[in-house]
Design a protein around this ligand. Sequence first.
Ligand code: FE
Length: 276
Amino acid sequence: MNQSRRVTRVIRGQATSDGAGVKLLRVIGTSQLPALDPFLMLDEFRSDQAGDYIAGFPDHPHRGFETVTYMLAGKMRHHDNQGNSGLLEAGSVQWMTAGRGIVHSEMPEQENGLMWGFQLWVNLPARNKMMAPRYQDIPPSAVPEVAITGGTVRVLAGSLGGVTGPVQGIVTEPLYLDVRLQGGAEFSTAVSAGHHAFAYVYQGAVEIGGRILQRGELAVLEEGDRVDAVAGEEASAFILVAARPLHEPVARYGPFVMNTQAEIHQAFADYREGRF
Ligand code: FE
């Protein structure tokens, strides 16, 4: 195959709030795009108004999937009921495999200034849903930056050319790139055939797969083994994310994502009775 992926749909993020009242833009996980197997949710949070983010995400549980936080600006403190704690700084990524269950908080560690980043939810297959919780906390300095003509690409997961990102051992074999281009610069990369893929433009405007996407727009990319992009006149940036779809039934309720309704009821019971 040598096929550049085209755009099947363009989705605009919807303003909403979550946690204790954090304002954000939900891009995957809305009525327009409930999921893109194995991706269950994509939120962009971006504000320099403390009131939009300061309440953070106090203690809440997760079971059955992975949460991926990528920070562009600001600081977020992470804490959980297994004794783990970490500070997510600008440029860092945290890939948290909730597995059978954790209870954690994600709280801003700043009282003013810009807080900007993404949270992506990635599903786990039935056989991995009850695995032990696991973290990959990657500091900014451990994320390789690949220089291309007219730009830079940060490789969070998967690989670009011969450079492999620091997030390892994820069952859906994800690719997660942060592509930053000068005006008019071109970018092209291999994306595994059969994997589901999307691009989300977070700065400027980018032509991807034959469509021009503005800031705040996500393109669902159809089958192919390559993605080609060209920045608009201004400096532009987007995340390109792909992973192997699971093709399994999804039973979902809030922070629990399982295969059946009975497993959801079990998750509630386990959480209530302190088995997380
Ligand atoms: Fe969480």
